[in-house]
Design a protein around this ligand. Structure first.
Ligand SMILES: C[S@@+](CC[C@H](N)C(=O)[O-])C[C@H]1O[C@@H](n2cnc3c(N)ncnc32)[C@H](O)[C@@H]1O
Length: 204
């Protein structure tokens, strides 16, 4: 049976329903995958590309773990305020910084993209990277720049979770990431929208 948001609320001990926006919030099965990882591995620095329901779930895991902090890159000013308010409503403010990171032009491997401005991003070593933005409608291969632009910050044992990995763009960009960064291995979880997980080969 498919997981529901209520299942996630119950699993993590949320005392009220999670705020969810249909088609925009990460699906319950993706939230379960990232929260299981978080609870099992207790990452210290968690970075997510795009804020929302996932920020609440990751912050709740940090609260339960009594360690870790979420840095959430959010391009839309409206969503920066919305997520900050939701964190406040759930008493999770201390576990997450929502960073306003408007999209700006970047060049990756000689191609132009719109991607988060990292000017306000603290120079932390990333143990867990969750990629659920920028939205696909912005451009082709919208999430491709993430690995190149954050690579220098990734901890040796960092894990990367990509949502919506069943889409053609994401399937292609994961192939490209693996070709460009052969030190990474990938796993694919066939769930509602597809989830790709990348981690470095242990021997590399
Ligand atoms: C897939 S959504 C992010 C979802 C987030 N990780 C979550 O679990 O809620 C990607 C981006 O879309 C934008 N967004 C969120 N809700 C939206 C809406 N209802 N309409 C348009 N854009 C939206 C925000 O800028 C957000 O960072």
């Amino acid at each position: 049976m498919a997981l529901s948001y209520q299942d996630i609320e119950k699993l993590l001990g949320f005392e009220k329903p999670l705020p969810v926006t249909k088609d925009w919030s990460a699906a319950p099965d993706f939230l379960k995958i990232i929260s299981d990882y978080c609870l099992d591995n207790r990452p210290l620095n968690i970075v997510e590309c795009s804020s929302g329901t996932s920020s609440l779930v990751l912050s709740k895991c940090c609260q339960l773990n009594q360690c870790g902090h979420v840095y959430s890159l959010e391009n839309g000013e409206e969503y920066v305020h919305k997520t900050r308010q939701q964190l406040k409503d759930f008493s999770l403010t201390g576990h997450c910084d929502v960073i306003h990171a408007p999209l700006k032009s970047v060049v990756v491997h000689a191609e132009k993209y719109q991607w988060y401005d990292l000017k306000n991003f603290p120079d932390v070593e990333i143990d867990l990277l969750v990629i659920d933005g920028p939205p696909g409608f912005i451009q082709k291969f919208s999430r491709y720049p993430a690995l190149s632009l954050l690579n220098n910050n990734l901890a040796k044992h960092c894990a990367i979770f990509l949502d919506d990995a069943a889409r053609d763009d994401e399937l292609a960009l994961v192939r490209r990431w693996l070709k460009e960064c052969p030190e990474f291995a990938s796993e694919y979880i066939e769930n509602e929208r597809g989830c790709a997980i990348l981690s470095r080969h242990p021997e590399r």
